[in-house]
Design a protein around this ligand. Structure first.
Ligand SMILES: [Zn+2]
Ligand SMILES: [Zn+2]
Length: 331
């Protein structure tokens, strides 16, 4: 019997998480046991808790932006040693043998398992993770600052890499992912146009402090046609809005895992070789590339910390759009 640990548990979608005492996990072959120092709160956690993503693991411990120290290793672990700091992202396991895995698209593996969804995650004092999906983290980030890099950063970076080389980049929804990716885009020499909820002056000022050349409500036309737009807000109506703001040949990337329905729109706003696509999950290659790039920018994360027991408050603030940057739970 392991010793008990504190965790926050999702018993039923659309219910508050329950503070619980669980047995501390023991490592299976290839797994590391991590003492969690910080776990950022992602919008995907909200979609899981709110029942917008089907069939989470029963009595799930959410959380997939985990920073901690390896305290125990299972048989066969060779990538990390006890005492090393690691990060754990959303992609928790892939099969390695399907056509997607073998063609460098493990993010689309039909057998993939995700941290804080099918696998217990980081809203706990300890978590177990497959060593092959854990990453060393840049030393220049403390635990809290590093946590949002692991999903807001990684999936944001994958979305940005799908946007092409265009200079004029729109970002819809200025939350955790956008606040990181705006800094990367600026570092790449792009001009960032930030679209927020109409009237959200605070978010617009925040975007400007991160290098946006323009910030306004999503109901306002862009001052210039955009080469590409990234949509981080889970609002389907932003798709035609972004297409209308995009130049010929431009790309609109939907970066979230869930979105409200997209309203019908006239073909002419897609015509002229505009591209509309989504981005799903991440690959380990994305993680390695982004975690090497972030300290060079350098990306600075803005965080608001919450004790583990206040996870429901953090989720409520995210749902209400009241966070600036990312919420991070500290056990
Ligand atoms: Zn696979
Ligand atoms: Zn996430």
């Amino acid at each position: 019997m392991g010793s008990p640990m504190r965790a926050m548990v999702l018993d039923q979608p659309r219910q508050k998480l329950r503070p619980a005492k669980l047995e501390r996990p023991s490592p299976l072959p290839g797994q590391v046991i991590i003492r969690v120092h910080a776990c950022a709160v992602c919008r995907t956690d909200l979609h899981v808790v709110d029942g917008e993503l089907p069939d989470p693991k029963p009595h799930l411990v959410p959380g997939h932006e985990i920073v901690g120290t390896v305290v125990e290793i299972g048989p066969g672990v060779d990538r990390f040693r006890i005492g090393e700091r690691v990060g754990v992202p959303w992609l928790g396991w892939t099969c390695g043998v399907c056509d997607y895995c073998r063609s460098g698209r493990e993010n689309l593996c039909p057998n993939a398992r995700f941290t804080g969804y099918q696998i217990d995650g980081g809203y706990a004092e300890f978590t177990a993770a497959d060593q092959r999906y854990c990453f060393a983290l840049p030393d220049s980030y403390d635990d809290v600052a590093a946590a949002p890099l692991l999903c807001a950063g990684l999936i944001g970076y994958r979305a940005l890499s799908m946007a092409g080389e265009g200079q004029l980049l729109g970002i819809y929804g200025f939350g955790a992912a956008a606040h990181i990716i705006a800094q990367v885009a600026r570092h790449q020499g792009r001009r960032v146009f930030a679209f927020t909820r109409p009237g959200d002056d605070k978010a617009q000022r925040f975007a400007e402090t991160l290098g946006a050349v323009w910030a306004g409500g999503s109901d306002v036309p862009a001052p210039e046609p955009l080469d590409a737009a990234l949509i981080f807000a889970p609002v389907g109506a932003l798709v035609p809005a972004a297409l209308r703001n995009t130049a010929k040949g431009g790309t609109v990337v939907c970066a979230g895992i869930h979105m409200s329905d997209i309203p019908a729109f006239p073909y002419r706003i897609l015509w002229e070789e505009r591209v509309l696509r989504s981005v799903a999950n991440l690959t380990r290659r994305d993680a390695e590339a982004f975690l090497a790039l972030a300290p060079q920018v350098p990306v600075r994360t803005h965080t608001e910390t919450f004790p583990l027991a206040a996870a429901n408050d953090a989720l409520d603030r995210l749902r209400a759009g009241k966070l600036e940057g990312a919420a991070v739970l500290v056990p």
